[in-house]
Design a protein around this ligand. Structure first.
Ligand code: AMP
Ligand code: MG
Length: 333
């Protein structure tokens, strides 16, 4: 099968209507979309990216008003949050209606719903008149794509078309929120931060770990490793000066590591977390293509959007590094 990058929303929409998968731009990352109401089409998503069938998909719709078609018992907080942040990178976990197949939700009785803001994705929703199930358009466990070319590299020969919508403006996946147990829990950190959500709902918002350990929500079984580059990535604490380490490595040649065979993710070129988030996956992808022996990155301050960035780094990493007594201490995951 030949895979083409296209600019036609009509062709992309036709693919959805025909029950095929298509690469679609969103503001978060590129998605691999299919008609969410067509089980065979949804199965093609899992097959194409080799996603395990226990990992549920997000259903994309064009408007908050549509939530009621696919979900029931929608808490008021959802409407409050949607007022502020939808269309945008925020996903709501809601009690599903029967019209949503178990294949979409991996057997869960809840469905993940989001209203994307990317103009072209919205156009495809409007033309196809279908809700679109779409995970990130990468092979399972690999780095999420943020350009049409990235999708081509990941899935060449596995789909007919990738709709080109430029570089994703957000660059990391949506914030996923659960409303189980009468509380708001962040299942996945994203562009919309916990603080943003707290301001709107006017009460404490919990982290996934807090809500699971206190028995307030059931665990949907989030996967630890994800977004992994081929080259092993090691993470240092955010206070750690990687550049200094590299200078010292060059003097001592510790463990055969030198300036030339280590790729450093240099975040100092970005003015703020938003810029960093936008370029995080593409930087990782670029370094991964350069045949380094290892990649090093320092985490960022675990605050606001920093939490989502650290989460992606953690998942992409093979382990951590420390530097003590002129020795690098590696700890694998
Ligand atoms: P992806 O679209 O690949 O970026 O991943 C979708 C994310 O949403 C994953 O982290 C899923 O575990 C999560 N998700 C989707 N549906 C549900 C659900 N019904 N309950 C909890 N998490 C979900
Ligand atoms: Mg993904």
């Amino acid at each position: 099968m030949e895979t083409k990058i296209i600019n036609s929303v009509e062709i992309a929409s036709d693919e959805i209507v025909k029950g095929n998968v298509v690469g679609l731009p969103t503001e978060t990352v590129y998605g691999l979309g299919a008609d969410a109401l067509n089980e065979d089409a949804v199965l093609k998503i899992y097959e194409t990216k080799k996603r395990p069938d226990f990992n549920p998909l997000i259903v994309h719709v064009s408007d908050v008003q549509e939530f009621e078609k696919y979900a029931t018992d929608i808490p008021n907080d959802v409407y409050k949050l949607a007022d502020f942040f939808s269309p945008g990178p925020i996903t709501f976990i809601l009690k599903k209606k029967d019209i949503i197949s178990d294949i979409v939700t991996a057997g869960l009785d809840t469905v993940a719903i989001r209203v994307p803001s990317h103009e072209l994705f919205r156009f495809v929703l409007k033309l196809s008149k279908k809700p679109i199930a779409a995970p990130s358009a990468n092979m399972f466990g690999r780095i999420s794509p943020t350009t049409a070319e990235d999708v081509l590299k990941e899935l060449n020969g596995k789909l007919h078309y990738i709709l080109d919508g430029g570089k994703s403006s957000v660059g990391i996946e949506s914030t996923v929120l659960s409303f189980e147990g009468g509380r708001v829990t962040v299942l996945r950190h994203g562009y919309i931060t916990k603080e943003d959500v707290e301001k709107v709902v006017g009460r404490t918002v919990y982290d996934y770990e807090e809500s699971v350990s206190s028995g307030k929500i059931s665990s949907p079984g989030l996967l630890k490793s994800h977004y992994a580059p081929m080259t092993p990535l090691y993470l240092a604490e955010h206070t750690f000066d990687l550049k200094r380490l590299i200078d010292e490595l060059d003097e001592d040649n510790i463990e055969g590591l030198t300036k030339d065979n280590i790729g450093i993710m240099d975040f100092s070129t970005y003015d703020n977390f938003r810029e960093l988030a936008k370029h995080l996956f593409s930087d990782l992808r670029n370094l991964d293509e350069r045949n380094y022996k290892m990649l090093f990155a320092s985490k960022v301050k675990n605050l606001k959007l920093g939490r989502a960035i650290n989460d992606r780094l953690d998942r992409a990493s093979a382990g951590t590094i420390k530097y003590e007594d002129r020795k690098i201490i590696f700890r694998n995951k």
